[in-house]
Design a protein around this ligand. Structure first.
Ligand code: PEP
Ligand code: MG
Length: 578
């Protein structure tokens, strides 16, 4: 894209509400700091697999860019992209790196950088300086692309200027978590939907986010002014003075609609039914909001988000204890639900990423923990140590099978006994709950309710796995997925099973923070909402206006519906078009 002076509107998908105004900052072109560490012989194949996957994704990206540019008639740029595709097939880039990973026993990124430096030296020595400079630029560009697909832990945002709009092909959770208020005013990306983990973090941090934008078209932008309209999913490059004024006016109207934050922590509906409203805790920044919003219970702490900047494999128990105790102390007696590391799928960690054709269906969450007992044990013991100072309970992610749950529980019990021996005092058992995120669990909820202390329904994954719709795919966003009658029935099944055994059931997926779903959820019997902190006041307000009998009648009809549209109609929402 040429340097722009005119105002350009790009339409995307709204991921996090709000209006962000700032100067454009494209992460893609920035220098990347690569981590360097030794690997063991068993990790060699894992590193090679990561490398192959990065090459494959780079190639796919270049091919789609090529076909776009071809349609656009940009033959000059097409030739550059062609060169990059050919370079990807160069044996130095493919075979030689793989051999060196095995030989040098270093992580992929550091070997890659080493080989690229060699490659550059060779070019400088052998080629005419003008041609060499062009080729070196190509190498740099391609290296960035490959490194980006390796997803190194970076300090990308250390050089970000205040009031920036951060753009990247994908905003990975680490980047979203690193974003500092006053520096990152908005996010733009190509992929990532409302329920992506970076979407969850952006909403918790109140950073407007629009996805579905073709980032490769913005490659040549400088620090142009950009507006991110997270309400309507619009990105405006080079906004005119009048557009700026319009947006300033509309953001102050939105600001006025913000509800009083301090309201009773639990709410009664219009007909006096008590509903508990807890918060989800996604970053240490949330700590200061707890008393501001009068929150006395945390329904979900995504512990993996607390250590995004660290290598999980090397996280010590002491380091974890300190972080957990910091939360316990800051939460001043609130009941805290610590979910064990939910690693995998779109929450990648660099050290152990294996080649998985379908990461969302791969070794994630509880499967990951059971496969790496050292990580599992260190975390559980750290939590038991911390539990001596506060009021906490444990939550297991992505349980799909009864025996898997029992295995995890006995492992946790073994950890508790070890802590008891270490501290030489009685360490009480903690309540252990399960996330309800897959249909296999929801359908067997009656069995699980007999052995489990509480349920927490994770609608983000429950919808992904029931409807076979990737939660990070922006194209799937427009569908009101919670209205799918299969989801309505699964939730009902889970609530009935929990009520029968007298265990608590809460809802902690993003649907809990979404006002259009509140009534249906109350009607299905949900009496505990755990919302993204920012939405706690709104959901309290919405709950106080609901009549639970009327909600139940609607839910009963929804349970008989055949389609999303039938449920949408019951909820007075627009129909979706296929
Ligand atoms: C969910 O799946 O709904 C959930 C709350 O967990 P996460 O978003 O962290 O996957
Ligand atoms: Mg989940």
């Amino acid at each position: 894209m040429k340097k722009l002076k005119e105002e350009i509107h790009l339409e995307g998908i709204p991921v996090s509400e709000g209006i962000g105004v700032g100067s454009f900052f494209l992460f893609k072109g920035k220098e990347i700091t690569v981590p360097e560490f030794a690997i063991t012989s068993t990790q060699v194949s894992i590193e090679i697999a990561r490398y192959r996957r990065a090459l494959l994704s780079s190639r796919e990206e270049l091919e789609s860019l090529h076909s776009y540019l071809k349609d656009e008639g940009s033959s000059e740029v097409c030739r550059i992209v062609d060169t990059h595709i050919q370079m990807l097939q160069d044996p130095i880039i493919s075979q030689s790196i793989e051999e060196k990973i095995a030989h040098m026993r270093q992580n992929t990124e550091s070997v890659f950088m080493y080989v690229m430096d060699e490659y550059k030296r060779l070019f400088r020595k052998k080629m005419n300086p003008d041609v060499a400079e062009d080729r070196l630029l190509d190498i740099k560009d391609l290296s960035h692309r490959i490194l980006r697909h390796l997803n190194p832990i970076t300090s990308a945002q250390k050089d970000i200027l205040p009031h920036s709009i951060f753009a990247d092909y994908e905003i990975i959770p680490t980047k979203a978590a690193e974003a500092k208020k006053g520096f990152v005013e908005g996010f733009i990306s190509k992929i990532g939907g409302e329920m992506s983990h970076s979407g969850v973090i952006a909403r918790a941090k109140e950073i407007p986010f629009v996805s579905g934008i073709n980032i490769s078209l913005l490659d040549d932008l400088g620090r142009e002014n950009v507006i991110v309209d997270g309400y309507n999913g619009i990105v405006i490059i080079n906004p005119s003075k009048s557009t700026m004024e319009k947006y300033y006016k509309s953001s102050s109207t939105h600001a006025k609609s913000i509800l009083p934050v301090f309201s009773p922590s639990d709410i009664t509906t219009k007909d006096d039914v008590l509903v508990k409203v807890s918060a989800n805790f996604d970053s240490m920044d949330d700590l200061e909001k707890l008393s501001e919003y009068n929150i006395n219970s945390i329904g979900l702490i995504r512990t993996e988000f607390l250590f995004l900047q660290e290598a999980v494999t090397t996280l010590s128990m002491q380091f974890q204890i300190e972080r957990y105790e910091e939360i316990i102390q800051g939460a001043k007696g609130a009941l805290l639900t610590f979910r064990l590391f939910d690693i995998g799928s779109d929450k990648k960690i660099i050290e152990m990423e294996e080649l998985e054709p379908n990461p969302a269906l791969g070794c994630r969450s509880i499967r990951f923990l059971l496969k790496y007992p050292k990580i599992f044990k260190t975390q559980v013991k750290a939590l038991y140590h911390a539990s001596l100072k506060g009021n906490i309970q444990l939550l297991l992610p992505l349980i799909t099978d009864y025996d898997e749950f029992l295995t995890a529980v006995s492992f946790i019990e073994m950890c508790r006994k070890e802590v008891e021996r270490e501290v030489d005092e009685n360490v009480p058992k903690l309540k252990i709950g399960c996330m309800v995120e897959v249909p296999s669990f929801a359908l067997l909820a009656d069995h699980f309710a007999k052995v489990c202390d509480f349920f927490s329904i994770g609608t983000n994954d429950l919808m992904q796995y029931t409807l076979a719709m990737d939660r990070i795919c922006p194209e799937c966003e427009s569908v009101f997925r919670l209205y799918h009658p299969s989801i309505v029935r699964l939730i009902k099944n889970v609530v009935e099973a929990a009520n029968k055994e007298g265990i608590e059931v809460s809802i902690c997926g993003e649907a809990a923070s979404c006002e259009k779903y509140t009534k249906l959820l109350v009607g299905l019997g949900i009496r505990h909402f755990s919302c993204s902190i920012r939405y706690v006041p709104l959901i309290r307000e919405v709950l106080s206006k609901i009549d639970s009998n009327n909600a139940r009648e609607i839910a009963n009809q929804a349970l008989k519906a055949a389609s999303i549209n039938e449920v949408s109609e019951l909820m007075n929402e627009e129909k979706i078009k296929y």
